[in-house]
Design a protein around this ligand. Structure first.
Ligand SMILES: Nc1ncnc2c1ncn2[C@@H]1O[C@H](COP(=O)(O)OP(=O)(O)O)[C@@H](O)[C@H]1O
Ligand SMILES: [Mg+2]
Length: 397
């Protein structure tokens, strides 16, 4: 296909002026993955004066463009800042029709973005390393980990610890840069982390998918929607419907991702939907909050009920602004953390003796202990988390 570039803003025109005046063509190849908004393909980019190169092409169909208008802006802001080794870099973008040879119902004009092509995303990387613990026959895949003394099938503890250090260290570096530019990513999760360079701690990890990213603004004046970030990685203040959250939400998600690598692919806060639904007994008219309510219940089971000071720190306007959610929260009896849901138990079960004998495992658990707190201000910033992880880094990593 022959894309037509349509500069529409000053920032865009500025960015375009740095590009070569050749007209590349792209041959779309295999599908790499689908997310909530777009679909990503491997493609070959050919231009008259450059060697062909393989790229990733992300297509966002027209009906989704309204949501994604900010993605390109964010990526351009990142492009204009110094290049960062742990953030996905936008090569170019253009509007073009959906390729006719791709069998899909999507139609007409699509926003295409091209990026360096990575080997795979972190979710697939974890699975490819044979770490994905499998449920015992007859057991819910999402049942709390470590119940009944069962051992998951997983990679060695030492490998998982080394990989968690590498993933955490590199993603924290990327987040420091994002937050330094005044942005919040708002959807950090393994599917939105790309990986290059094969196995183990030597791989390179980059933060990708800026489709939900937004300027942080001033927390006291800027209003954000709370229904962002994929549920298992969603910070508690979002579940408590805060509309004035900060970059601390990304730090929570970072903790979840690091914990998931340590646990061999099991999420720290995973709902066993059927069980939570039973306890919630949501009336049909509250169906639309079922997902968030279920996730909230998982969090309460994992971390215990927050105290008043923590609720105020998460969302001072909770009781005034959200009667439906307030009703639900008040209906749930106060509870202590339950061992089967507690993330520390999960780490303990996943790491065995290494949880105490490995210095890095102890340091990672200490970091998660600091991150996985209800009060956003009690969490380390991305810069503090990064400093902590750098101390664990192997030289040159
Ligand atoms: N540059 C890339 N290289 C390789 N795979 C990619 C690349 N970008 C995205 N992908 C794959 O495509 C999936 C969807 O891309 P993403 O940008 O997350 O779209 P969405 O906004 O729809 O979630 C990712 O989870 C990943 O598996
Ligand atoms: Mg995505």
């Amino acid at each position: 296909m022959h894309p037509v570039r349509l500069p529409s803003s000053a920032a865009e025109r500025h960015a375009l002026s740095a590009w070569p005046l050749t007209s590349p063509t792209f041959t779309v190849e295999a599908e790499l993955g689908k997310g909530s908004f777009g679909v990503c393909f491997a493609a070959t980019r050919c231009s008259p004066f450059e060697a062909p190169c393989r790229v990733a092409l992300k297509a966002v169909p027209r009906q989704e463009l309204a949501h994604h208008s900010r993605e390109v802006e964010t990526l351009l802001a990142l492009r204009q800042a110094a290049q960062h080794p742990h953030l996905l870099r936008l090569h170019e973008y253009f509007l073009h029709e959906w390729p006719t040879h791709v069998d899909d119902a999507r139609q007409s004009i699509v926003l295409w973005q091209s990026f360096p092509l990575y080997d795979l995303d972190l979710k697939k990387w974890i699975a490819a390393h044979g770490w994905k613990a499998e449920a015992a026959p007859g057991r819910d895949r999402h049942a709390p980990f470590g119940l009944d003394g069962e051992e998951p099938r997983a990679g060695t503890e030492a490998e998982r610890i080394a990989s968690a250090v590498a993933v955490g260290r590199q993603l924290a570096r990327g987040l420091v840069h994002v937050h330094g530019l005044g942005l919040i990513h708002r959807d950090l999760k393994p599917e939105n982390v790309l990986v290059d360079g094969g196995g183990g701690a030597r791989a390179r990890f980059v933060v990708a998918d800026f489709g939900c990213a937004k300027p942080a603004g001033r927390p006291d004046v800027e209003r954000h929607v709370p229904y962002v970030c994929t549920r298992p990685y969603r910070a508690p203040e979002l579940l408590y419907a805060s509309s004035s959250y900060s970059a601390a939400t990304d730090v929570w998600s970072l903790g979840c991702v690091v914990g998931e690598v340590l646990c061999g692919g099991l999420r720290l806060f995973e709902a066993a939907a059927a069980e939570e639904a039973k306890e919630l007994q949501l009336p049909a008219e509250r169906e639309e909050i079922r997902g968030s309510a279920t996730q909230l219940l998982v969090l309460l089971r994992a971390c215990g009920t927050p105290d008043d000071a923590e609720i105020t720190a998460m969302n001072p306007a909770l009781y005034a602004q959200r009667p439906a959610l307030q009703g639900l929260i008040l209906r749930l009896p106060p509870r202590d953390a339950e061992p089967a849901y507690c993330w520390r138990q999960r780490l303990g079960a996943a790491l065995g003796d290494h949880a105490t004998s490995s210095r890095d495992a102890r340091a990672l658990a200490q970091l998660l202990d600091g991150i996985l707190r209800y009060a956003p201000a009690a969490r380390p910033t991305s810069a503090q988390a990064s400093d902590w992880l750098e101390q664990l880094a192997p030289p040159g990593g």
